[in-house]
Design a protein around this ligand. Structure first.
Ligand code: SAH
Ligand code: DHB
Ligand code: MG
Length: 234
């Protein structure tokens, strides 16, 4: 047993225990099963970046989906479908998930991962820039409202994605936006386009009377980041 695990963590040390704590929590409460492990392995094999949510964050998405009693989920940004599997597993019989992904190669890996997880009848991956596929989706008869949204694609377009989520929502719908803190980069008014997109999204959410929201900082195996959580008012 390492010394660290017997002693309370000392703030300011360079060997922050975040990864180890994430491992502790995830092993106990949110371990990857075969389909989730295989999804990660397939993503790595295909050269996709390891930027999906952590296991304990996937479990949070799963729990939120169940707590809301969501029957329909819209995800923007699929990658290998790791978060998609967590979300789709939270749906009841007859539930539906649509995930929008820009890169055909990512979508292909994700579809195979969803099929392996037995979720290909629940979750559908649509390829293309989300700002192109969202209007197509919205024009379909019976599209939406969605009960829960997970926004996790190109951060530049975060404000547009929240606007689309609102359009496709109902009172009580929940919107989760990933990566809104970025090691504190969110504070930088003159940050890169991703940061500016996220800041514009924060402004939009703060001014939007139809939304009640908060944002929470996170640390762990995915570094220092955070997510925004919003609810469409009743
Ligand atoms: N939600 C995934 C991670 C998504 S990573 C998980 O947690 O497992 C972000 C994804 O968004 C990448 O696959 C990227 O190709 C995709 N993306 C980037 N720009 C996009 C756009 N304009 N429309 C849709 N998807 C986009
Ligand atoms: C990046 C994107 C993500 O969605 C994420 O969770 C982490 C990193 C990125 O583009 O670097
Ligand atoms: Mg993310």
């Amino acid at each position: 047993m390492s010394e660290r695990s017997q002693q309370p963590h000392q703030p300011g040390r360079s060997d922050e225990p975040w990864e180890e704590v994430d491992r502790y929590v995830t092993d106990l409460l949110a371990p990857d099963d075969e389909a989730l492990s295989a999804a990660l392995a397939a993503g790595e094999e295909a050269g996709l970046p390891p930027i999906g949510v952590a296991g304990n964050q996937g479990k949070l998405l799963y729990l939120l989906t169940r707590m809301v009693g969501a029957r329909s989920v819209l995800e923007i940004g699929t990658l290998a479908g790791y978060s998609t599997i967590w979300l789709a597993r939270a749906l009841p019989e007859g539930g539906r998930l649509i995930s929008l992904e820009y890169a055909p190669a990512h979508a292909e890996v994700a579809r195979a991962n969803l099929a392996r997880a037995g979720l290909d009848t629940v979750a559908e991956v649509r390829t293309g820039p989300a700002l192109d596929t969202l209007p197509l989706l919205a024009a379909e008869p019976g599209a939406g409202p969605f009960d829960l949204f997970f926004i996790d694609a190109d951060k530049v377009n975060n404000p547009r994605y929240v606007e689309w989520a609102l359009k496709l929502s109902r009172p009580g719908s929940v919107i989760v936006v990933d990566n809104v803190i970025r090691r504190g980069a969110v504070l930088n008014k003159h940050g890169d386009p991703s940061v500016r997109g996220t800041r514009e999204m924060f402004d939009l959410v703060s001014r939007e009377p139809r939304l009640e929201a908060t944002a929470v900082q996170t640390v762990g195996s995915k570094g220092y980041d955070g997510f925004l959580l919003a609810r469409v008012r009743s």
